[in-house]
Each structure stands twice: as structure tokens, then as C-alpha cells.
Design a protein around this ligand. Sequence first.
Ligand code: ARG
Length: 292
Amino acid sequence: MNRPRTGHEHHAARRPRRTTPMTARVASQRRFLMCRPSHFGVSYSINPWMHPEKPVDGALALAQWTRLRDLYRELGHTVEEIAPLPGLPDMVFAANGATVVDGKVLGARFRHAERTAEGPAYLSWFREQGWSELLWPEHINEGEGDYLLAGRRLLAGTGFRTDPRSHAEAQEFFGVPVTSLTLVDPEFYHLDTALAVLSDDEIMYYPQAFTPGSRAVLRELFPDAVQATAEDAAVFGLNALSDGRHVLLPESATHLIGELRRRGFEPIGVDLTELLKAGGSVKCCTLELRGR
Ligand code: ARG
């Protein structure tokens, strides 16, 4: 290129926009908490995906869940397990059990009576495992269902489950900036059903699941975000887990899988259709244990 010299080359120099990154995506080793779906089922309905009259194949649910756990281990991640409790069919959705940042554990306080016993059960696990900075929250929050860490910023959902007052509580406890986002579509009742963090500064999300104001905030913070189609969102494609390189997500989210590949990620399609009958998938089954 022979541009005339202006003396401002340094500032003017722009790299050509690429769809694939110049450097390979790097995975970082993660530590997860999961809960085997021994008592999984759909016996009540607290979100539009749950139809208690529809049968659930318990053996298949367990096989699908086991495959996800083993995949994490094959990728080099550590998976710990909390003992499932009878009478708590949704306890498999470990993401809802707490939020963990810098070794600090914010307990979960559920919106629905059917799940309230899960909060203390998860917090006890942390106490027993020697985690010492624990907070039993004042306000309702459903753990990583509504709290997703992107770099050093906590993206926080509200609208259906987590009380907006919990966002201030989380910011005070963790000491990281919390960004409130409001969900509007009952099918996407938790933040992790409408948005996934891909790396410290990249996300993918379904704009229609958010209020106009929250959409604008997301556009401002993440102008290059991957936008999911209605089809991706409807198969829970955003309920994904990224380690910085590999992105585990429902295998039927084909548009997202192509988009992720184009951006240099390594998408791995997973089949969790039995768990989807309760309104959960990859991310819902996975609680990240950060720092300690
Ligand atoms: N049946 C559960 C509920 O409605 C599903 C929870 C899914 N978990 C999640 N992190 N989105 O509460």
C-alpha cells in the first residue's frame, strides 16, 4: 500500500478486519461443580419449558449429563460433584447453586419454593470443602443463572428470577462492577439462557430477550458480539460454556456453531435434550469455581 506519509502513521495504522483471529484461541483450565441428575425429573413447572405431563427418560438424562462431565475432563478441566438430594429435581442445574468470584461464594436464594432448599445445600458443600468467604444473601438471586463474569465485570440478569437489589449486594460483596441487564421473554428467564461469555471481552447473546435499554448497553460494551438467531436461542444455543477456546453448546445451534468457528473458536456440540425438558442445558449444569 502506498499511502502518502502524513506523519501520523502510528495512529492511523489499522489492521485489516479479519474474521479469524491472527493468534490461536487459548483455553484456560477451569474448575467446575456439577450435580448428577439422579433425582432429575419434571414434576412441577416454573418456566415455559417444563411440562410435567411429558415423560422424561431418566437414564438418558444421566447418560447425556455424564457425557458433558466427561467432555470437560477430556478437555483438561477439573469437575467436582455435589451429592444430589432427593426431592430436588432441578438440583442438576448447578449453575444456580451459587456465584463464585475470587474465592468468594455468594449463596443462592431461589424465587420458587420448589427450589429454595437448593441454596443452603450448595452453600453447605462450599463450607464443607473449606471455602471460607461465604455470604448468605439478603436478596433473591439464582447464582450463575443470572450472574456471568466477563473479564472483571459481572453481567447480571433480572426480570424473572434474580431481584435487582441483589445486583448491588453482589457488587458490594465481590468488589467488581456489576452491569444490570433486564430480560423480557419468559422463555429466556435466566441470563444464561440468553447470553454466554466467550472470552474476557467477547460474548454471544440473543438481543430480543432483553429490554431496549439493556440491548443498547450490550451493544456499547460488546460491539463485536455474536448475535444469536431466534432458532439458536430456541434450542438453548446460548446456554453455552467457553474455556476461551472450546465452546460447549447444544449441538442443534447450527448457526452459532458456524459463527463461532468463523471467529476461531472450537465449538463442541452436546446433546442434552432430556435436561432441556426442564429448561436447562450445558451452562445450567455447570457452576464455575473461581479462585481458591
Ligand atoms: N427448571 C429450572 C428452573 O426453572 C431450570 C434452571 C436452569 N438453569 C439455568 N442456569 N438457567 O429454575
